[in-house]
Design a protein around this ligand. Structure first.
Ligand SMILES: O=C(O)[C@H](O)[C@@H](O)[C@H](O)[C@H](O)COP(=O)(O)O
Length: 267
């Protein structure tokens, strides 16, 4: 595996790849390993997806050997954030993930938990939190030992050029939400405006969080989130992703990593 840089950066591991292809393979390896461990320990693997380019990078997981070696029947799929649109709408994260990922592997249809797309953003967030509570009760999702939050086996996040993760945007009051597991916004700066999102306490209670960052439009956000930039620099939501006990790994390509301190890439 041609990692151009891998290093433990305080609370996180950074894995920097030469190409998207290599990043995709490393990501597939990593997720397959987490799935195996979780199925061994708990009998299930509860994963929360985001939207965006990260879904395309999961393509490798649908190919050999993973399509045969991963125990897909033990997977449960939820969303760390979702746009409040119909499931067949071009903006739907469910539609994106279904077409690009989970329809290509034998996931049990009843293990896919999407939002109710026929109610308001507020109702959809409340209902989704209820769904998660039921899954916690039935032990599909475990509970954090440090908070009353659900402990997902894996939360997969992309990041925006402004440093947002899930639908937690810079300077938005939902960044301070401590009580809800799932909340909603109706003013997303990235269209569409209405979204539901996991809150930071839920993200930071996960056993594993993976952040996938590709392309040079994300280089500034990656730098602000990863490096010690000081209090005068903008606080990007991605910097607030700091699992309390879980493991955090960032998968980057070279363009996204190009402004990180300490990484000099020659052409
Ligand atoms: O639904 C969404 O919009 C997201 O879940 C969002 O957080 C996304 O992951 C980032 O905006 C990165 O998206 P790109 O990788 O496409 O830039």
């Amino acid at each position: 595996m041609a990692l151009v840089g891998a290093h433990n950066h305080k609370d996180k591991e950074l894995r920097i790849h030469e190409s998207l292809d290599e990043l995709g393979t490393d990501l597939a390896d990593y997720i397959a390993e987490l799935s195996e461990t979780s199925v061994k320990e708990r009998g299930v693997f509860a994963v929360a997806l985001s939207g965006g380019s990260l879904i395309g990078l999961l393509g490798k997981l649908c190919e050999a050997p993973y399509n045969k070696t991963v125990d897909w029947t033990k997977w449960y799929i939820l969303w760390a954030d979702e746009r409040v649109v119909a499931k067949n709408h071009a903006d739907s994260n469910y539609k994106l993930a279904k077409e690009g990922f989970f329809s290509k592997v034998p996931i049990v249809p009843s293990h896919v938990h999407s939002i109710n797309d026929s109610v308001s953003a507020e109702e959809a967030a409340n209902e989704y939190e209820f769904v998660i509570r039921q899954l916690v009760k039935s032990r599909v999702i475990s509970v954090s030992d440090t908070s009353d939050c659900p402990k997902f086996d894996l939360i997969l996040l992309g990041i925006g050029p402004d440093g947002h993760v899930a639908s937690l945007f810079p300077n938005h009051p939902v960044l301070d939400e401590k009580d809800e597991w799932v909340t909603f916004i109706t003013d997303s700066p990235k269209p569409p405006p209405e979204r539901i999102t996991f809150t930071l306490p839920v993200i930071n209670s996960a056993s594993n969080v993976v952040v996938v960052v590709t392309g040079d439009s994300k280089a500034d956000a990656a730098h602000l989130a990863v490096d010690d930039v000081g209090p005068d620099s903008p606080l990007v939501p991605a910097k607030l992703v700091q699992p309390t006990k879980g493991k955090l790994v960032w998968f980057l390509d070279k363009p996204a990593a190009s402004k990180l301190e300490g990484f000099q890439f020659s052409e």
